[in-house]
Ligand binder design. Structure first.
Ligand code: 5GP
Length: 142
């Protein structure tokens, strides 16, 4: 998938946004949906998606990006309060060669701890009960 092309309404995040596929929700409002990553790279790894359709950052409308980034910051602060990590990665990939695997724009929020290596991107599937507990902790810290 290159940086150019058309938005695919069948991508998994589009299905989650339409309620056709499940997610462990952290937060939702008119502008974004946030949910736990099911193949987490660290404990507490979650995602923030602008609801507006775009395949990547370069296609995302400026107003939607602003609304999204304010929420990314707020959600990262909630993750800090919930998990007390030593650091937090906020990242985002554009195009398959850059590491993007789902082509609806999204931001990763990944808590990090001193001495703990980052898991493989898209590695093993997490325990749903653990994800639900983490999502509840982030939501409670908002
Ligand atoms: P990307 O590589 O596109 O930046 O990230 C896509 C992320 O979505 C990956 O971290 C992957 O683990 C996660 N992911 C892929 N499929 C699903 C899914 O069906 N549900 C959830 N919650 N996360 C997913």
């Amino acid at each position: 998938m290159s940086l150019t092309g058309t938005y695919d309404d069948a991508n998994i995040f589009a299905k989650i946004l339409r309620g056709e596929a499940p997610c462990v929700k952290v937060y939702e409002d008119d502008h974004v949906l946030s949910f736990m990553d099911i193949f987490p790279q660290s404990s507490g790894h979650f995602l923030v998606l602008p609801k507006a359709k775009s395949r990547n950052l370069l296609e995302l409308d400026d107003a939607a990006l602003q609304e999204t980034m304010v929420r990314v910051k707020r959600l990262a602060a909630a993750a800090r309060k919930a998990f007390n990590p030593d650091g937090i990665v906020v990242t985002q990939f554009n195009g398959a060669p850059a590491g993007q695997t789902v082509f609806h724009t999204h931001f990763h929020i990944i808590p990090r701890w001193e001495g703990e290596a980052l898991g493989r991107h898209g590695g093993g599937q997490a325990d749903m009960d653990v994800l639900k507990d983490q999502a509840a902790k982030i939501a409670a810290a908002l």
